[in-house]
Design a protein around this ligand. Structure first.
Ligand code: FAD
Length: 495
């Protein structure tokens, strides 16, 4: 026997993508159900955030003030031992003129706490949130998805019907394929991450104390993220071919990787690994870099990791999750308010999401390309020139038609050249940064790839802060939509 209920939107998954979308739709007075498999707080990886998430999207959902009270370490930028120079270099958010001032920081978060704040916020603004509920499949009526089947906390089979079902269940989604298309894995970013937590690790001197530290070494690179004065998240990203070795004895593998990287060894010299509680185990993640070839179908939409993820190196995951949720919420709000039809609204969502994903993808390729290590399999594999054409073709397909007017994106060879030019531009900017210390941040910010990656986030942040006073937006493509002043809807350009 199944029990059925009616909603405007059912959101499956209560991570950052799901709770953001749920909040933004519930705030318009719509009936929103969130089904979350776990009971929060629950563990998740992805601890280093970007400013646009907390000052942009989380301001729109109303979660920003609660986050500010939580006492998360303030992340002012990133410090990298990466590229040609052996000296670490630092990138500070405050160098972007659009982000300078009181919003030139993000947080380093314990995801169990961060995600719980966002989910509670969704409940506070009107979403009905059920934890311990696991979605099993979508319900279809012809072409359209009209609801979800799930098992509730008591093990009972249930159904919920809705105008829209949102898959926000992350990379282990059981229902993403029901949107159609295929999940395409990236060969370029195919790596494996081994990570754990340490108490008592060293800190960089102020003002970089709480920066994410990324250190390239022969076998790959390490992240080092301060989560409190004493707790640090430490992860190694290495070749996926090392899976057997890493999974066989992860303790030994972690030790050996740390020993191979002098800077991380030094930072962890006074530390001990946490062996109890949510941080007590070493974890492995692989096959995390992919995108679905379509992000929606009538009645269903994918957001966050259910749709795509690139790579952990520049903290883009939670940004893409919350930003895609904002885009999808605008589309759903606009359709429910009968401002635009579903196809127009969802095409706008997909075009913008793919563009942002594409910008990060391209930026991260350039980021990997700039580090050279002649004898390293890991770094030799991260060369676009040595990359297979099908990989570039898949990327061209991914963003094809989105960055309109950019002829360089219409074939794989041209794209390879463009990626190499971007890398050269980026490498020069980093060299200038290192040579002249912080005074030289301006050329860094002017580099094509950094400008691209900062643009959308800072635009969104400005709109969230200024509302109606923000600069008017131009559509992404001729005849495309623009966001309303409150950021909650799409409007036709001639409105
Ligand atoms: P999730 O956070 O995965 O949330 C999905 C939710 O859905 C979960 O709560 C889950 O319990 C629930 N769920 C799953 N199945 C079901 C079901 N059947 N029914 C109901 N509920 C279900 N990002 C960053 O921004 N910064 C970083 O530093 C960073 N580091 C990373 C390091 C690694 C190694 C990896 C792999 C990723 C990293 N990321 C990082 C990416 C980040 O983890 C994700 O992009 C982010 O968590 C995506 O959010 P989401 O809401 O889409 O999915």
């Amino acid at each position: 026997m199944t029990d059925s209920a009616e909603f405007d939107v059912v959101v499956v998954g209560g991570g950052p993508a799901g709770s953001t979308l749920a909040a933004l739709v519930a705030m318009q007075g719509h009936r929103v159900l969130v089904l979350e498999k776990e009971h929060f707080p629950r563990y998740q990886i992805g601890e280093s955030l970007l400013p646009s998430t907390i000052h942009g999207v989380c301001r729109l959902t109303g979660a920003a003030d609660e986050l500010a009270k939580a006492g998360f370490p303030l992340k002012r930028g990133g410090t990298f031992r990466w590229g040609a120079t052996p000296e670490p270099w630092t990138f500070a958010f405050s160098v972007s003129s659009r982000m300078a001032g009181p919003t030139s920081f993000a947080y380093q978060v314990e995801r169990s706490k961060f995600d719980e704040i966002l989910l509670r916020n969704a409940r506070r603004v009107g979403a009905e949130v059920h934890e311990g509920c696991s979605a099993t499949d979508v319900i279809e009526d012809g072409d359209r998805v009209v609801g979800i089947r799930y098992t509730d906390d008591g093990g009972n089979r249930r159904e919920a019907r809705a105008s829209f079902v949102v898959d926000a269940t992350g990379n282990k989604s059981r229902i993403y394929h029901r949107v159609g298309g295929t999940r395409q894995y990236s060969e370029f970013f195919r790596s494996l991450a081994l990570f754990g937590y340490f108490e008592g690790g060293r800190r960089m001197p102020e003002p970089n104390r709480n920066n994410i530290l990324c250190v390239a070494f022969d076998s790959g690179w390490f992240w080092y993220i301060p989560l409190s004065d004493t707790l640090t998240s430490v992860g190694a990203v290495v070749r996926s071919e090392m899976a057997e070795k890493v999974q066989g004895d992860s303790e030994q593998a972690m030790k050996a990787l740390i020993e191979e990287c002098p800077m991380i060894s030094d930072y962890l010299a006074p530390a001990r690994r946490v062996t109890t509680g949510q941080y007590g185990q070493l974890r492995v993640r692989k096959d995390y870099s992919y995108h679905q070839t379509t992000f929606w179908r009538p009645g269903m939409v994918l957001v966050g990791d259910a749709a795509c993820f690139v790579d952990p190196v520049f903290s883009s995951g939670v940004h893409l999750a919350t930003y895609s949720a904002l885009l999808a919420a605008r589309s759903i709000n606009s359709v429910l308010a009968e401002i635009v039809d579903e196809k127009t609204a969802m095409q706008e969502f997909e075009a913008r999401y793919r563009r942002d994903y594409g910008v990060f993808y391209e930026f991260l390729v350039s980021f990997y390309e700039m580090h050279h290590s002649e004898d390293s399999y890991f770094w030799q594999a991260k060369k676009v020139t040595g990359n297979s054409q099908p990989e570039l073709e898949a990327f061209v397909e991914l963003i094809g038609g989105v960055s309109s007017g950019e002829s360089a994106l219409t074939d794989a060879d041209a794209l390879a050249l463009r990626l190499q030019a971007n890398t050269a531009d980026f490498t020069t900017a980093v060299d200038a940064l290192v040579a002249n210390n912080s005074e030289s941040m301006v050329p860094f910010m002017k580099s094509q790839v950094i400008r691209g990656v900062m643009h959308e986030g800072s635009q969104m942040q400005m709109r969230a802060l200024l509302g109606e006073d923000a600069e008017p937006e131009t559509p992404l493509f001729p005849g495309g939509l623009v966001s309303s002043a409150d950021g909650m809807f799409w409007l036709p350009t001639d409105a």
